[in-house]
Design a protein around this ligand. Structure first.
Ligand SMILES: *Cc1c(COP(=O)(O)O)cnc(C)c1O
Length: 381
């Protein structure tokens, strides 16, 4: 029996991003038009109002497999009842961002760069969201006065060279509001690069329109990191959205979250990373799941990610290899982890293994002094 939606033609407003946001699926009756819900999903949807809101653009919803409950798109946006379980070692704020927040919309963890949380709204609400304490509240936690204070903090903190605009999803702001924010950051003399973190190319690709690209390209050097988790998300529309941004001179990176049973396989990630490179998107980070409330069922054991990295090395270009990291609970920052290639470290030689497991030796040079004498001249100039 086909679901009713399958028989309907796409509405004329389909390619209007504001229409997509206004028509997000939030309720059981709406979700039922797209998928045959399982009992675990029905319970999850019933529990969601007290846990973390549901919101799925019609565009992203039509990528869901109506029949298979393990569909990677479906699993990222329809809650399971497991979300109601908080396990030991899970936190409301796993990265300790609140403690690193000098003013409400800023997270300042590293010396030279900050997160600027531009808003608390997203285009879709991912079930693995690590900022659920804030995101989707829609109670205006981050309003104009908070943004003014954040900009003021940037202006009076000369150590900040890199501002990462995140949220919520900054690309769900109007182009006008986003331009106000980006141009205000760009006007701070010591800020060298601006970065935007967004899932919009994945779940709302029609938002990446000519007007947005023309606006963003006026504020270079500007980078965007997007958030593809599965090759099923690399649709014609999503790839075109990425390419429009790259064509505007914006280098694109991608941050993937390892999700158990969704993308926790070297084969799937190889397909994803190759697909991203074909659209000129560089895989940047592969995140071990943050221990946020109600996500135990989505997290992989640490060995899973390390094994995947081991299997990918050599099988794909280094360009396709992201950094596998654990974002340290309590605010320690991102810590790279990975397979061990260094078997023994002697004074004169190292014993290593390559991607195939072949053991090789590397002889150290006789001279050990690594100071750079020209630096005295260079620093004086
Ligand atoms: C991830 C993150 C950054 C950026 O880290 P990079 O490794 O430079 O991409 C900056 N600030 C905070 C608080 C972060 O969580």
């Amino acid at each position: 029996m086909p679901l009713p939606l399958a028989a309907e033609p796409l509405p004329v407003e389909w390619s209007n991003w504001r229409w997509q946001l206004r028509h997000r699926l939030t309720r059981l009756e709406e979700l039922e038009r797209f998928v045959r819900l399982t009992p675990e999903e029905r319970l999850g949807i019933a529990a969601a109002p007290g846990l973390f809101r549901i919101g799925i653009t019609p565009y992203y919803a039509q990528l869901m497999d109506a029949d298979h409950p393990s569909c990677p798109v479906r699993r990222q946006v329809i809650p399971l009842v497991d979300e109601a379980v908080t396990s030991a070692g899970e936190f409301e704020d796993p990265l300790g961002e609140e403690a690193l927040s000098p003013v409400p919309a800023i997270v300042h963890r590293y010396p030279d760069r900050v997160l600027l949380l531009a808003l608390d709204r997203c285009a879709i609400y991912c079930r693995h969201c690590n900022r659920r304490r804030l995101v989707g509240q829609d109670d205006g936690v981050i309003a104009q006065p908070e943004l003014e204070r954040a900009l003021d903090y940037l202006r009076r903190t000369p150590a900040i060279k890199d501002v990462l605009i995140s949220g919520g999803d900054p690309l769900t702001l109007s182009t006008e509001k986003l331009e106000w924010l980006v141009s205000s950051v760009r006007a701070v003399p010591h800020v060298e690069i601006i970065r935007i973190g967004t899932r919009v190319p994945v779940c709302l690709p029609m938002r990446i329109d000519a007007e947005l690209c023309a606006m963003l390209r006026r504020y270079h050097p500007l980078y965007i990191n997007t958030h593809f988790n599965h090759p099923k998300e690399l649709t014609t529309e999503a790839r075109a959205a990425c390419e429009r941004l790259v064509d505007a001179g914006i280098p694109l990176g991608n941050q993937t979250v390892l999700l158990r049973g969704i993308n926790s396989s070297a084969r799937i990630l190889e397909e994803l990373f190759r697909g991203l490179l074909r659209s000129r998107v560089k895989p940047y980070y592969l995140f071990q799941g943050d221990p946020v409330w109600g996500t135990d069922h989505l997290r992989t054991p640490v060995a899973c990610g390390i094994e995947i990295m081991d299997q990918l090395r050599g099988r794909v270009t280094g360009m396709a290899m992201p950094h596998l990291v654990i974002d340290a609970p309590g605010g320690g920052g991102k810590i790279p982890i990975g397979p061990n290639y260094l078997l023994a470290w002697g004074v004169e030689k190292l014993t290593l293994r390559n991607w195939e497991g072949r053991v090789v030796e590397y002889g150290e040079p006789r001279e050990r002094d690594c100071r750079c004498p020209y630096d005295e001249v260079w620093l004086r100039e």
